[in-house]
Design a protein around this ligand. Structure first.
Ligand code: FMN
Length: 211
């Protein structure tokens, strides 16, 4: 095995000048996200979502970005899952996108609110039937005895395509209403560029941070 401490990479692909970036970080994010898609970044819409429970203990996991709104970003999940329970206790979250192909990171902070039932329906019914069935059979984050139980429930739901699979009420979207955002571009010698946006008294304030 290689020495882990010897693993290193110089970042040379780009540069970032906060002074020439726009005032609204969500518009900047749209631009960066489009560049990630154009550059065929693997799983470009995957973000690590951090939640904190009532006891102040953090946990994190990957979820998929499904929409960029005027005020934030949307993901879908099971409201009764561990993350759902933690969000019910504490709506403050962080999220991070890492796009290695572009040597970029985007950090997000904000508060979640549930999207409307209509928006959750619209997304749920746009998904392939197998994903709809998966949402129904999964009591996400609960202990289960074995794989076979899941497979048997899936087989029943997949057997008859004429039966509509209803969105479970505990499955839907959260919008992260963003109040802090940071754009990071790797640079040689670890002297990276960082543009930080913070919402203060309803207005975005943009700064450059030391690497
Ligand atoms: C690439 C990737 C994408 C994922 N997308 C989602 C997602 O959009 N929604 C979701 O609930 N879980 C998603 N997961 C699974 C979560 O990481 C996690 O295992 C699950 O939501 C349970 O988390 P919890 O126990 O903290 O609630 C994804 C995992 C990976 C690796």
């Amino acid at each position: 095995m290689n020495n882990i401490a010897d693993i290193r990479k110089e970042y040379t692909k780009g540069a970032l000048e906060p002074k020439s970036m726009g005032d609204n970080p969500l518009l900047e994010f749209q631009g960066w996200f489009q560049q990630a898609i154009d550059s065929q970044v693997l799983e470009s819409n995957a973000m690590v979502l951090g939640t904190v429970n009532a006891a102040g203990k953090p946990s994190s996991r990957v979820v998929l970005l499904k929409e960029i709104t005027a005020e934030g970003i949307v993901f879908f999940t099971n409201y009764a899952s561990r993350k759902g329970q933690e969000l019910a206790e504490n709506p403050f979250v962080s999220a991070v996108f890492f796009w290695p192909e572009l040597e970029r990171q985007v950090r997000v902070e904000g508060q979640v609110r549930k999207v409307s039932e209509a928006d959750s329906d619209a997304y749920f019914y746009s998904r392939p039937r197998i994903s709809q069935a998966g949402a129904v059979v999964s009591n996400q984050s609960q202990v289960i005895p074995d794989r076979e139980t899941l497979d048997a429930q899936m087989a029943v739901l997949m057997a008859d395509e004429s039966i509509k699979i209803e969105r479970p009420k505990h499955w839907g979207g959260y919008e992260i209403v963003i109040d802090g955002m940071e754009f990071w571009q790797g640079r040689p010698g670890r002297v990276h560029d960082r543009a930080r946006y913070q919402k203060i008294d309803g207005a975005w304030v943009k700064t450059r941070l030391s690497p």
